[in-house]
Design a protein around this ligand. Structure first.
Ligand code: NAP
Length: 521
């Protein structure tokens, strides 16, 4: 059986012991083992800092963008193989796996284009020179320069390709070497991706490192110039934020965590309207795509009280028609959860939510297609509802990371929609589906402080729309509060996490000379 190695200090390294089994979550077949036990995290970080950092910083944005472009092309060339691995190790349907791998390629390509547009610069000017004194001789200029540490990326299990690529694209374009630590359970994709990258010799020595297996003491070795970008659960995030080294040395950290994303149907929608249909389709897709294991998936469905019964029945009918089973079997639309631990957490979460309301659709005796009896980490798509005006504290505070959502009826006013959605205490994305522009405006302004992104669903954009669940490289991803209070992507904005903003005060000609030297004309 294959044992997967880490790529650290410029070579493949084998961890001690047998390692942890990576499974096919549909059949529970063991696919490989992974261990990073006994490998020195501190030496690996130091190698990246001293070899990869200087090599990357010697390149301009344009040159680094070209390498990002080559990386996108490499993934494109090996797309089918990566999709196949995401299906077997992630329990993804082909469509789910394409969402992950194509998302990775598109994000790399978007950052390659940003590199091309930034051209031959090594620093970024933030704004124009600001006159500070009575005469224009004394000015201040904000600049961004690349930090001298390592970008350490700790990723969640659900997007092994996209999660790795979206963080790596930004850090590498900014000029920082990357050490990626994928979630162990679904790390076959990240491992193969690294094999391809290392064979292709696209990046300078030390620019790329892979820690495959448990993180161990990785985070405790981070230094002041390093950046830690984490995606995962809130409890792991809290542990990492409070790691003594991180606290004492002030390591920069970005957290992408849980989110109770809401979708609001506007008060004017009727069951025969296109808006209603669009809303229904998006909710159905979000609940079942990747078996609901998407940080952006809709968890709370706000429907005007008068429509909630009808909507519940329509959605339940559609959920009943979703074929669940082995992603390799024809006709299967939803696969299993990624691990037995995820299945246990989802079932526990559903009982918690059911105390706030009731389950209105589920298939308890679900027999997944193409799977031996009793095998696989399958959970039925599950719809819950709460009474109008119910407190429902768990619905607004507990994320069930699976194919589940709760209908929360509201009185049709923007004020109540905002009040209910904001109980989620900070989200990645929420959406408003309505043609009533004053309602949309009021709800948007009310919800914006609580979210990193708002999706405004309307028949005018239905045909063009990727839906609220798709994270786009040009828009920020992240959210306040529960969502981790982080921010990634957003086009050029994303680079600033890996760069230091410095205000330079001095004589205008000196500042102009510095900008020129950094390639900013
Ligand atoms: P998790 O258990 O928190 O794990 C996330 C990552 O952290 C994994 O790579 C894990 O490695 C690693 N990790 C665990 N303990 C660590 C430690 N002590 N030091 C360093 N790394 C450590 O989360 P998950 O189960 O993979 O992901 C599900 C959660 O992620 C959900 O709550 C979801 O909302 C959230 N999520 C958020 C976003 C977003 O963009 N906001 C995106 C996707 C998922 P091992 O696998 O080796 O344990």
């Amino acid at each position: 059986m294959t044992k997967l190695n880490s790529y650290l200090g410029g070579s493949w390294q084998e961890g001690e012991g047998e390692g942890e089994a990576l499974l096919n979550p549909a059949t529970e077949e063991v696919l490989a083992y992974a261990s990073a036990d006994g490998l020195s995290r501190s030496l690996a970080l130091e190698f990246a800092r001293t070899e990869g950092g200087p090599a990357l910083r010697s390149l301009t944005f344009k040159q680094r963008g070209e390498l990002v472009h080559k990386t996108a092309a490499l993934l494109q060339k090996n797309r089918d193989e990566l999709i196949g691995l995401a299906m077997t190790n992630g329990g993804n349907t082909r469509s789910d796996a394409k969402f992950d791998v194509d998302g990775a390629i598109a994000t790399l390509q978007a950052y390659a284009e940003i590199g091309e547009a930034l051209g031959d610069r090594r620093l970024l000017a933030d704004g124009e020179p600001i006159q500070l004194g009575r005469a224009p001789r004394l000015v201040g200029q904000h600049v961004l320069t690349t930090r001298h540490g390592v970008a350490v990326h700790v990723n969640a299990f659900n997007f092994p390709a996209w999660g790795l690529a979206e963080k790596a694209a930004v850090a590498l374009l900014a000029g920082m070497p990357v050490l990626t630590k994928p979630a162990t359970s679904s790390s076959l994709v990240a491992h193969r991706l690294f094999e391809l990258l290392i064979e292709a010799r696209i990046w300078p020595r030390g620019a790329l490192s892979l820690l495959l297996g448990r993180a161990g003491d990785l985070v405790s070795h981070l230094q002041a110039q390093d950046c830690l970008a984490f995606t995962g659960g809130a409890s792991t995030a809290s542990l990492l934020r409070n790691t003594p080294g991180v606290v004492e040395r002030g390591t920069r950290i970005n957290v992408e965590a849980d989110s109770l994303n809401a979708a609001v149907l506007g008060p004017e929608a009727t069951p025969d309207s296109e808006t209603y249909d669009f809303f229904l389709k998006d909710v159905l897709r979000d609940m079942t795509q990747k078996a609901g294991q998407k940080c952006t998936a809709i968890r709370r469905i706000l429907v005007p009280e008068a429509l909630s019964e009808r909507f519940r029945d329509d959605l339940a009918d559609r959920l009943a028609a979703v074929v669940v089973g082995n992603p390799g079997t024809d006709g299967v639309r939803m696969g299993p959860l990624a691990t037995s631990a995820q299945k246990a957490a989802v079932l526990e979460g559903l009982s918690l939510l059911a105390r706030d309301g009731r389950i209105v659709h589920s298939r308890p005796g679900l027999k997944p297609e193409g799977v031996p009896e009793g095998q696989g980490f399958f959970v039925s798509p599950t719809l819950l509802e709460v009474e109008p005006g119910a407190d429902a504290p768990s619905v607004h505070s507990h994320e069930v990371f699976g194919p589940a959502a709760t209908i929360v009826p509201y009185d049709g006013t923007a004020a109540q929609a905002v009040e209910l959605v904001s109980r989620g205490a900070g989200g990645l994305v929420s959406s408003i589906y309505s043609e009533d522009v004053p309602f949309v405006s009021e709800a948007t302004l009310g919800l914006a402080p609580f979210h990193g992104r708002l999706f405004l669903g309307s028949v005018k954009i239905a045909e063009l729309s990727p839906g609220p669940g798709t994270v786009l490289p040009s828009l920020v991803h992240g959210g306040p509060g529960r969502a981790g209070n982080g921010e990634e992507l957003g086009g050029e904005r994303g680079l600033s996490f890996y760069m230091q903003r410095t205000a330079i005060e001095g004589a205008r000609p000196v500042i102009d000379r510095i900008l020129k030297q950094g390639g900013v004309s």
